[in-house]
Design a binder for this molecule. Structure first.
Ligand SMILES: C[S@@+](CC[C@H](N)C(=O)[O-])C[C@H]1O[C@@H](n2cnc3c(N)ncnc32)[C@H](O)[C@@H]1O
Length: 273
């Protein structure tokens, strides 16, 4: 499993190339998250008109939960890409566990340089990924390029619910991610999607519900798998000084600044090519 991003050869890897961050560790323990759980994925499925006849691309698929969910629930075929090969390894295992290897394929790729021909997919979806891109307009252009005319691009993205978030709130999220994500207001996400060539862009924003965070994870992974993830986290903590350092930094950054949740949330954005 490849986890040292400094050695990755993929160009333009967004924040993923600069230093070890939360996703390197996530790729070791086999856990990735989006915001809102399966109900936001269901919303993307509906708004992107995904049915069993579709071929779907999931950009930044993490450990492969959404591609396998789509393949199993809807019966469509899904290609998942992620910049970390550790994520792709987990995704393949996930597809085996879920019995959907015949409808899913996974490969390492950079969202900003997708290795697919123009107009290939009926829908492109992406959950909690585009904020991480160094070149977000380029990533969006890539999503649109590989979508068929008339097909849909759907994003679930971290969103500033109010403009001009206080600097301490922005800084706190950067430590949490171990990088420099660029979140936007809904208005700005919509503008970016339209600039990439999408029409009829719809948006809907949500506050984060901490009370449903664990339930969302259990619904996505199952309780048994979550217990295994915690076991792997504990084992990584014991053997990896870098992981201990990362968690130390998160702890040092202190409690979430007051009022953070007035500013930070997520949005569902869908447009048509
Ligand atoms: C917050 S996780 C979300 C994962 C997944 N969508 C999910 O719902 O579980 C972000 C994912 O984006 C991937 N990623 C970050 N930069 C990327 C890039 N430039 N191209 C492709 N994937 C990227 C990370 O490796 C990570 O798996």
């Amino acid at each position: 499993m490849q986890n040292d991003l400094k050695t990755k050869v993929i160009p333009n890897g967004g924040i993923m190339k600069e230093k070890k961050n939360v996703f390197d560790f996530a790729a070791q323990v086999g856990l990735t998250k989006q915001l809102g759980g399966l109900k936001t994925t269901d919303e993307l499925i509906a708004l992107c008109y995904i049915d069993s006849s579709c071929e779907v691309l999931d950009v930044g698929c993490g450990v492969g939960v959404t591609p396998c969910y789509l393949a199993k629930k809807i019966g469509c075929t899904v290609v998942g890409v992620d910049i970390l090969d550790g994520m792709i390894e987990w995704s393949k295992k996930q597809a085996e566990r879920q019995g959907v290897t015949n409808r899913t394929t996974f490969r390492v790729a950079d969202a900003q340089e997708l290795p697919f021909e123009d107009n290939r997919f009926d829908a492109v979806i992406t959950e909690s990924v585009t904020s991480l891109m160094k070149d977000q307009p380029k990533a969006l252009q890539e999503y649109v390029r590989v979508t068929k005319p008339g097909g849909h691009v759907g994003m679930n993205e971290s969103t500033w619910l109010k403009s001009s978030p206080p600097p301490e709130v922005v800084a706190w999220w950067s430590v949490e991610y171990g990088g420099t994500p660029q979140f936007h207001t809904a208005e700005d996400w919509v503008r970016l999607m339209k600039s990439a060539g999408l029409k009829q862009v719809t948006d809907k924003t949500y506050n984060i519900s901490f009370s449903s965070g664990f339930t969302d994870l259990v619904n996505r992974y199952g309780l048994w798998e979550m217990l295994k993830v915690y076991g792997r986290m504990f084992s990584l903590y014991r053997r990896s000084p870098e992981y201990r350092e990362f968690l130390g930094n998160v702890k040092e950054s202190g409690r979430m600044p007051e009022g953070t949740m007035e500013y930070f949330g997520y949005g569902i954005y869908v447009g048509q090519k």
